[in-house]
Design a protein around this ligand. Sequence first.
Ligand SMILES: [Zn+2]
Length: 275
Amino acid sequence: MLLKDYEQLVVNPQKAARYLQKLCWPNYQRFCPKCKNRKLKQLPNEKRKCLKCNYSFNDYSLRYFGVIRTTPDNWLRIIKLFEMEVQLEEIATQLALSANTIRKAITAIRLAIVANSLDGNLLFQRFHLHRLLKGEKINFFSPPVFGLIEHEHQVYIDFLPDLDLESFIHLKLNFLLPTQKIGSVIYTAPIRQYISLLIYDQKITQKYQLEHTSQHIPLNGNKNFWPFAKRRLANFRTTNSLNFLLYLKELEFRYNFKSKDFFGQIATYLATFIE
Ligand SMILES: [Zn+2]
């Protein structure tokens, strides 16, 4: 979204609120997010109570937008700054919100992106990602392996449940799978239908004494996704595979929406109910 169009959305708090409400309630007809009942009682503070199950909720309850408490105009500012790839600490400073609040908001955006990706359901189930939305921690004992596919100017970064760390090490050591490394990310020569496998180096290189000095990696000659992702991955600092997973899916989304309505798409995702 162009800055001048975005400015119209945040010109006053009411306009921002209307934009979010329209995404959450497309035909303005509220219903209980728990039992879908439409008989509601209006409460103070813009809340409603379901007359069937007694659940009290506001417009953003049980949606990604409800993960942090902030005003609709601040949510739109967070989305805009995220679109522009501003660092978390800088977003917090610009909005005078705590880094913790912004961290939760960015996690909500990344999870909403994952939830709407092709293997979103699988990733949520396999790694219990919904726990992150409750502020719980998730530990990965070994890093997941991803496969990269390009098709008609779109990129797909697939989680490969049948190719775990052990299979990767087997391919590397016994079948001499060529690899290189950028930042903390190991990438490989093509395998199956994938241009490359991608794996976060969670002390793997050290533990298995691997070398990533292969010369011929076709991905290096890629003119599409890889130049886009490479400089971002080189600067990406994390200490765990979970952040890597969320960031990879973010890059997949950023690349596929780079000439589309990125801002509107994120806002639409955040308006969906958390499954
Ligand atoms: Zn209800």
